[in-house]
Design a protein around this ligand. Structure first.
Ligand SMILES: [Fe+2]
Length: 289
């Protein structure tokens, strides 16, 4: 805000200074003018210049007030984005009999890898929103299939896979949520083209979806599940490496390898509140107006 005030003041001062100098020159001419008509003309010009200078001063205050209002509104919009993203992510996770921690973790892990890959601005926003909303379509999957403890039949599996298309439908046209569409639509695609629903391969899969896929599987491997204990980070990375070039983008796996221990130590043992706090810091950093 201070920088903005200085910028506005400088702009107005640089516009007003020549006018002030001109007014001074006119005043000097006015004092020296012998002719009555010339004096009257100079007086009129001097009045106009004075009025312009006064307006510039008034404009400065007005622009600052507008700017403060804009900043406040932008902050409100940011807060509402964060709340909505959290609420939707939590609703989706609850549907899948999980708490919201998984969503906070995968969004934070995705963002950490995204930053390491040099993503900024709207790409980071797409990645974070997509990570929160990736399984939005599971809202439309019947409980008997979504929560079935045993193996799914081929027909049930086909219905389960339809959560991607349903997720796309949910976020399409939903304002800023649509930014997450690339991850929602492509989070089950695989580097070798064997994923679903479009069998995209290699770089045809959006980068944000390739990043998210690694975060999602790493989180699953390193988390406790009813049927398994958390894998140590070394074993999780060994499994990810085995799928580099088939499931995952090999260059992203290479980058993720450098980050994996730090990511594991930071987020994998975090409580729900700690994971939320980590994620909120990341969201504020990349969604700030
Ligand atoms: Fe999914």
């Amino acid at each position: 805000m201070q920088a903005f005030r200085r910028r506005v003041a400088w702009r107005i001062a640089s516009a007003a200074l020549p006018l002030a100098l001109l007014a001074a020159a006119l005043s000097w001419l006015l004092v020296r003018a012998q002719d009555g008509v010339a004096a009257a003309a100079l007086s009129a010009v001097a009045v106009v210049l004075l009025a312009t200078l006064l307006c510039a001063g008034a404009l400065y205050r007005f622009v600052l007030e507008l700017s403060e209002e804009h900043r406040r509104k932008a902050q409100e919009v940011l807060e509402s984005h964060i709340s909505m993203m959290e609420a939707l992510g939590r609703a989706i996770a609850k549907r899948d009999s999980d708490n919201g921690t998984h969503n906070f973790r995968v969004a934070w892990i995705s963002a950490a890898l995204g930053e390491a890959m040099g993503l900024t601005g709207s790409k980071m926003q797409e990645l974070i929103a997509g990570a929160f909303l990736h399984d939005a379509g599971k809202i439309g999957i019947p409980d008997a299939i979504l929560l079935k403890p045993g193996k799914l039949t081929p027909e049930e599996m086909a219905i389960m896979c339809s959560h991607v298309a349903m997720g796309e439908e949910i976020v399409t046209g939903a304002g800023w949520l649509e930014g997450g569409k690339a991850v929602v639509a492509c989070h089950h695609e695989k580097w070798d083209g064997s994923g679903y629903p479009r069998q995209l391969a290699g770089e045809a899969i959006p980068l944000v979806a390739r990043i998210f896929a690694i975060a999602d599987v790493f989180d699953a491997l390193c988390s406790r599940r009813p049927y398994k204990e958390p894998f140590p980070v070394e074993l999780a990375m060994e499994i990810l490496h085995q799928s580099a070039g088939t499931h995952f983008d090999p260059s992203l796996i290479l980058e993720f390898t450098h980050l994996s221990k730090h990511i594991h130590a930071t987020v994998m043992n975090a409580s729900e509140d700690q994971a939320r706090a980590l994620m909120e810091t990341m969201v504020r950093k990349h969604f700030a107006a």
